[in-house]
Design a protein around this ligand. Structure first.
Ligand SMILES: Cc1cc2nc3c(=O)[nH]c(=O)nc-3n(C[C@H](O)[C@H](O)[C@H](O)COP(=O)(O)O)c2cc1C
Length: 386
């Protein structure tokens, strides 16, 4: 079991880098149109990108998503990402810490994140399915969760929701009953805020409502449209000759709630909780769209992973480009701050709109489209009178 988990950590990174595991969606960022302001009266240089997340000020609304740790080969990835998180004041997650809870020798492959980023907002990571007993494996205890937090001096604990991934994993944990109650117990006693974090299939209004009721402090919607854990596991399953898991992973490759939709649904259910938009965010413009839809942070996995396997300066270059793109979107929408960006008018079209209308979000869509357009009713009235 010990070696199995450790080996899996290395394989995930190898598979993600060597194969296409993306699952683009019809309902996606291109459906989310920000309204251009021809005279924005905002200087590009004067834009304030800082944001408050779970009580801490980040310099940018960006989360380096939970990716890895647990194998000596991947420690360098966490090291490089943490250096950047420290320099830029970003939030950063480590991958599932199960490997090091089972084999304490591996703790340093995660702990390196805190060593390199003494001031960053770091997020520990354990899996929801492991909070209950699975096929002979005992459940994670509250002490295990506390140990994961201590291992990286974490500011928060993410509990990842990955039942799709488990379904496509040859050795997957498939029991699900009782997890919500365990999440509540951990949220109450672990001593840091708990973030419920999907991993590519998205969080719905209904699920977000339950998560709020069970005491989570934040939600990472982890929507469909970016890296597909099902595709990743399908590849691993096939390599191991497990055709059944492989076929399930392939069939469900693009299953899930697209990220922009998950942001709107979750925001409606949890308006007071910070929301992270992860899953297929690939440009500063996508990030601006997510923030305008109501996200507090955006998260990215694959783009950071890819750059970090090259070098720290590749991560820096990627981030600088991304930030330049984000600032342009902020200027052109007249948003001098992230808070202002969350109030700019945004028009949702196409398959994203269709989904949201059928799910009953017409009013939300209309309100978002007409933000700041108080004079419009008068203008329409004039037209009608003429
Ligand atoms: C190689 C790899 C490993 C991952 N491992 C974890 C993990 O251990 N825990 C977790 O919560 N999410 C994990 N994720 C999911 C990411 O945190 C993120 O949700 C996902 O990659 C979607 O973002 P993206 O489209 O920007 O890549 C992993 C993703 C990849 C690609």
């Amino acid at each position: 079991m010990t070696d199995e988990v450790k080996q899996r950590k290395a394989e995930h990174v190898q598979v993600a880098l060597a194969h296409d595991i993306s699952a683009p969606q019809a309902a996606s960022w291109a459906d989310v149109r920000l309204v251009h302001q021809a005279l924005p009266e905002v200087d590009l240089e004067g834009i304030d990108t800082s944001t408050v997340y779970l009580g801490k000020t980040l310099r940018y609304p960006i989360f380096i998503s939970s990716l890895t740790g647990g194998h000596p080969d991947v420690a360098i990835i966490n090291e490089r990402l943490a250096s950047i998180a420290q320099d830029y004041g970003l939030a950063m997650g480590v991958g599932s810490q199960r490997a090091a809870l089972v084999t304490p020798d591996l703790a340093a492959t995660y702990g390196v994140a805190r060593a390199k980023a003494p001031d960053a907002f770091l997020i520990a990571n354990v899996g929801a399915p492991q909070l209950i007993g699975q096929r002979g494996k005992p459940a994670f205890t509250l002490d295990d969760a506390r140990a994961a937090v201590r291992m990286i001096g974490a500011n928060a604990l993410a509990i990842h929701l990955n039942y799709l991934q488990e379904a496509a994993q040859p050795e997957g944990d498939r029991k699900a009953k009782g997890v919500l109650a365990r999440m509540r117990a951990i949220a109450e006693h672990v001593g840091v805020p708990v973030i419920a974090k999907e991993t590519g299939a998205g969080v719905s209004f209904e699920q977000a409502t339950k998560l709020v009721a069970h005491g989570v402090a934040a939600i990472d919607v982890g929507g469909a449209g970016g890296s597909s854990m099902a595709a990743m596991e399908a590849q691993r399953a096939r390599e191991r000759g497990d055709q059944r898991a492989g076929a399930i992973g392939a069939l469900y490759r693009d299953w899930g709630i697209p990220t922009p939709i998950a942001v709107v649904e979750t925001n409606a259910a949890a308006p007071d909780l910070p929301i992270t938009a992860t899953g297929g965010v690939r440009s500063g413009l996508d990030a601006a769209r997510a923030l305008a839809l109501g996200a507090t942070l955006i998260g990215m996995g694959f783009p950071f992973l890819k750059a970090a396997t090259e070098s720290e300066s590749s991560v820096r270059e990627f981030l600088e480009q991304f930030l330049a793109e984000l600032r342009v979107a902020m200027q052109l929408t007249g948003a001098a701050s992230v808070e202002a960006l969350r109030r700019v008018p945004v028009v949702v079209t196409g398959a994203t709109r269709e989904w949201l209308e059928l799910r009953g979000f017409e009013r939300t869509l209309r309100m978002m489209a007409r933000r700041g357009a108080d004079g419009m009713d008068d203008a329409f009235g004039r037209e009608e009178r003429a």
